[in-house]
Design a protein around this ligand. Structure first.
Ligand code: HDE
Length: 722
């Protein structure tokens, strides 16, 4: 039967560097023919029970299988484009079940987004233990050589699901370990301290930080009155706020972020001995950030920047890696270390006092095959623990233990979300939970209770040696009070350590961020209060922000406190691998194509991504000597490139803007004789740091490759007030 719609001609996208001859025009078929086999990504996971046992269902009977379009009940359809009507121009008939089924399913496609951390991106991977934790923890996942599958979801906190990736915010870093002893979730952030010390205040900080309830603006921003009202009245938020205002609030990529468990956890070894630890994820690519202007431009030009970056890197084989480390503290009665209260989640312990000891490495090596099924439906919980890992009495952690399961019941529509494939443990589940919304387990047996005699007394209880959730028998005594310990009154020491550890350029970014954010507030009293708080951190910082806001310096200077700087907290001054870095190469039809093609290949060989930018799309050159154009002057902005190589002068203001932006964003710039005029037209001279002329495209690349390990040309920062 002929189709009524006209054939459309589409062209498949061309991967960078792939000759255009690989493009295959795709025609929509107009004649009936045997359907194609299902695409790989249409294949549903093989069904299994909640305990992970595969269910033997014929492949054609599963969802998203088989060649023909069907209803949800598996009946084949001849038409899905026309409602059933009384005549071609007549009313639609209520009896059209396919119409109602299709629309009804669509109507219910959305579930409530997460109340915080709604916007996220995720990946699958593996955690390989090096055995260093065996002496302090009996969890099997830390045994030397053990490999454990993981699923990691990164997120922003404040924005809705559709908000931009590059906003100034904390990032979530949640890891699900599918261990052979059950699921362990490490639900952390990219900032080691938190806003509040007690879980009961979480609704307050989130209500203050989320958009105003009257007009629901601003989206995904802390630059507004209610946020600053709360964090300046509630000075325990000072350290976290300072981290947000630093470059840490603007990660360059999820792959270049640290992760922190924030709370102190208790580890128990095989002999029952305990230590207290703080978990750290250390990215192998180093910790890097965007500049504020880049983050702002990206929010418009590429709001999916971080999601895309993660997926592209994994797709191209540049698998991101993190070392997992622990800071280890003796489990004393006071639960302090060098005077720092380990139960206070607003405090950090400098690595120079307690080094981070690496206990394994995580590699993310596969993208989710379906965003909703995996990234959206994954459910993390700080209470998902395995043998050997226990909580402490940190009151923030205790609040979290209640919240996650509670919110997931409403977000995922009932209590059976642990049966979703992404949440299922990779070991057998033998609970006695029954029924409820979306039950898929099909439990056998008649006695889901204990003790029973009818099901042979099964299931049995594990002995202490094999069991998880064995709470360490910590002695607990006290009066019932609504109080915090005295040490929780120290609201500024961690903030001072962090600020003192930053280099001048990073400190300047902090001052700019406060000036920007407070400049967006309307209430003068709030701005004044914020500057008063800043005087508790650093007098010069407070003065710079006050001047920027046009305010007199209020309050009193902080007492002369000696602060120990922790160089590990600064991002500047280290050298890192350049895998996955993006090199923009400006070329045109007059560029030496042999040199260009060879350099494109060299960049890719060094695990970086070459993107050729030209005045037009398509290809440069013809015949054997063709190079695919990845970006045009319309689509290229500096935010996408870690370095720029200019090998053409096209006399176009868009190129001038690109070069100026790259320069202002402290990117390495190299140019060939053909690109010299474009660099000059941007007002840039060779006296500027990190700008290098070279004879060929290949040698120009060598020049910028040497600059990349430091991430940016920091020496150039003095030329700009970012
Ligand atoms: Fe969360 N947090 N949180 N949080 N959190 C959630 O759980 C909550 C806190 C963190 O990618 C919610 O399933 C309370 C600290 C991450 O799915 C919710 C308190 C840290 C994610 C919730 C905190 C985090 C969440 C929303 C104070 C860092 C995203 C949806 C007591 C150590 C996980 C959900 C993902 C998500 C509550 C504080 C990290 C509402 C009550 C501290 C990374 O349950």
């Amino acid at each position: 039967m002929p189709r009524t719609s006209r054939p459309k001609s589409k062209t498949q996208p061309i991967a960078p560097g792939v000759p255009s001859s690989a493009a295959v025009p795709v025609e929509e078929p107009t004649q009936r023919r045997e359907p194609l086999p299902p695409k790989r990504d249409q294949a549903a996971p093989r069904p299994s029970t909640a305990t992970g046992t595969p269910v033997d269902v014929p492949i054609d009977a599963m969802a998203q299988q088989g060649a023909f379009l069907t209803t949800a009940q598996g009946a084949r359809l001849t038409d899905t484009d026309h409602s059933l009507k009384a005549g071609p121009r007549g009313p639609v008939l209520l009896q059209d079940h396919h119409l109602r089924e299709k629309i009804t399913h669509f109507d219910h496609e959305r579930i409530p987004e997460r109340v915080v951390h709604a916007r996220g991106a995720a990946a699958h991977g593996v955690f390989a233990a090096n055995g260093a934790a065996e002496r302090i923890c009996c969890a099997s996942l830390f045994e030397k050589g053990k490999e454990t599958p993981v699923f990691v979801r990164f997120s922003t906190v404040l924005g809705s699901r559709g908000s931009a990736d590059t906003v100034r915010d904390t990032r979530g870093f949640a890891t699900k370990f599918y261990t052979d002893e059950g699921v362990f979730d490490l639900v952390g952030n990219n900032i080691p301290v938190f806003f509040i010390q007690d879980g009961i205040k979480f609704p307050d900080i989130i209500h203050a930080a989320k958009p105003h309830p009257d007009r629901e603006i601003p989206q995904a921003q802390s630059a507004h009155d209610t946020f600053w009202d709360f964090v300046t009245l509630h000075t325990e938020a000072t350290a976290h706020t300072l981290w947000n205002m630093s470059d840490r609030g603007l990660p360059r990529s999820y792959r270049m972020m640290e992760g922190f468990g924030v709370h102190t956890f208790r580890l128990v070894n095989a002999r029952g001995k305990t230590v207290l630890v703080k978990f750290h994820w250390k990215p192998r690519l180093g910790v890097h950030s965007l500049l504020w202007e880049e983050a702002q431009i990206a929010a418009g030009v590429d709001p999916d920047m971080h999601r895309r970056d993660l997926a592209d890197a994994i797709e191209s084989g540049a698998f991101p890696q993190w070392d997992l480390g622990v800071q280890v503290f003796p489990d004393t009665e006071e639960q302090t270390f060098e005077g720092i209260d380990l139960l206070d989640p607003t405090k950090l312990v400098p690595e120079e006092l307690a080094p981070v000891q690496v206990i394994g490495t995580m590699t993310l090596n596969a993208n989710p095959t379906n965003y909703f099924e995996q990234t959206e439906q994954v459910a993390f919980h700080p209470g998902h623990l395995v043998r050997g890992i226990d909580h402490t009495d940190d009151p923030l952690l205790q609040g979290r233990l209640f919240s996650y399961l509670d919110t997931q019941i409403s977000r995922l529509g009932g209590p059976n979300f642990a049966q979703l494939p992404i949440n299922r443990p990779h070991v057998g589940v033998n609970d006695m939970f029954r029924d409820g919304m979306h039950q898929t387990a099909g439990h056998a047996g008649v006695a889901p209770y204990r003790p029973n005699s009818l099901d042979g007394g099964c299931p049995f209880l594990a002995g202490n040696k094999d069991a998880a959730l064995i709470e360490y028998p910590e002695a607990v005594a006290g009066r019932k009070v609504r109080e915090a310990p005295k040490s929780f009154d120290d609201h500024f020491s961690s903030a001072r350590i962090f600020y003192a550890s930053l280099t001048p350029v990073e400190q300047a970014h902090v001052a700019k961020a406060y000036t920007f954010e407070l400049g967006k507030c309307y209430e003068k009293a709030i701005k004044q209060r914020a500057v008063t708080v800043l005087r508790q951190i650093d007098e010069q910082l407070a003065q710079t922000v006050a001047t920027g806001l046009g305010l007199p310096l209020p309050g009193k200077p902080s007492k002369n406190v000696q602060v120990l700087a922790s160089p590990a907290l600064s991002q500047v001054g280290n050298r890192w691998p350049c895998d996955g870095r993006i090199i923009g190469i400006v070329a045109d039809d007059k560029t030496d194509l042999a040199d260009l093609a060879a350099t494109v290949a060299t960049v890719a060989e060094q695990s970086m991504t070459p993107l050729v930018i030209a005045p037009h799309g398509g290809e440069l050159g013809n015949g054997a000597q063709q190079v695919v154009v990845s970006r045009t002057l319309d689509t290229a902005r500096s935010i996408e490139f870690d370095a720029l190589l200019v090998a053409a002068t096209v006399g176009d203001l868009r190129l001038t803007t690109l070069v100026q932006e790259a320069h202002r964003h402290l990117k390495g710039i190299a140019y060939t004789p053909d690109g010299a005029d474009a660099v000059r037209a941007a007002g840039i001279t060779d006296n500027s740091a990190g700008v290098e002329g070279a004879d060929t495209i290949a040698t120009a690349f060598d020049g910028i490759a040497a600059l990349l390990p430091e991430h940016r040309v920091w020496a150039r920062a003095a030329e700009y007030a970012h």
